[in-house]
Design a protein around this ligand. Structure first.
Ligand code: SF4
Ligand code: SF4
Length: 204
């Protein structure tokens, strides 16, 4: 399920994400995580930047913190894996209409990028992951992932999606004993979405 709200954190200073990582690392040390997140929301003017109300902003930040924490827990196991997959969201393609030359194969189901645009986030991610020998899937929705995972035997998986989509796959990865790493979108909305390509490069 996507979020019931849209957000765009792509213009928020990069330092904000370092703070999120720090809070995630120290989460047991904060008496009230909510209070700490409220401080961050005020300090980085998250509501002004995104138009979110306080409750939705808290949901978003809590998800970012949780995903960071799970990434840290899974990191050691992930680094031991050899056979890995990268799942990219179709919504981060530069174009969602016929200008995108990716070919969709419903049997997988996945798009294959045709590299039509150098500044397309999906294209850049495909190039990064190809160099590292990942199998790459550009999926039209999270519901495609269980089918792909059940027909393969990956040891590790990296997923890019909005936080709520990613959280749905934690139980599936645990059940299949697959080490996961997550890259949350910093702009959602199901079209022209954005994630941090530098973060993806580091995770891969
Ligand atoms: S670079 Fe690939 S994913 Fe991006 S718009 Fe072109 S074909 Fe589609
Ligand atoms: S923003 Fe992208 S990843 Fe999130 S629900 Fe929409 S299409 Fe899926």
């Amino acid at each position: 399920m996507p979020y019931k709200f849209t957000f765009d954190l792509s213009k928020v200073p990069h330092f904000f994400f370092s703070e999120i990582a720090m809070v995630s690392y120290q989460r047991g040390m904060h008496k009230s995580l909510i209070k700490k997140l409220q401080e961050l929301i005020v300090r980085f003017r998250i509501q002004e930047a995104t138009g979110l109300n306080l409750s939705d902003a808290l949901v978003l930040l809590e998800d970012l913190i949780d995903l960071q924490a799970v990434n840290a827990i899974e990191r050691g196991k992930f680094l031991q894996t050899r056979k890995r997959a990268l799942f990219l969201p179709h919504c981060s393609r530069k174009y969602l209409d016929s200008r995108c030359k990716a070919v969709f194969n419903p049997d997988i189901p996945s798009y294959t990028c045709a590299h039509c645009s150098a500044d397309c986030l999906v294209n850049q991610s495909v190039q990064l992951a190809t160099k590292k020998a990942y199998d790459i899937y550009i999926v039209p929705g999270g519901s495609c992932i269980p089918k792909i995972m059940r027909n393969t035997n990956y040891e590790g998986a990296v997923g890019v999606a909005c936080g709520e989509e990613i959280k749905m796959f934690g139980p599936l990865l645990s059940k299949l004993d697959v080490a996961g790493q997550a890259i949350p979108l910093i702009k959602n909305g199901c079209a022209n979405t954005i994630f941090n390509i530098e973060t993806l490069a580091k995770v891969l």
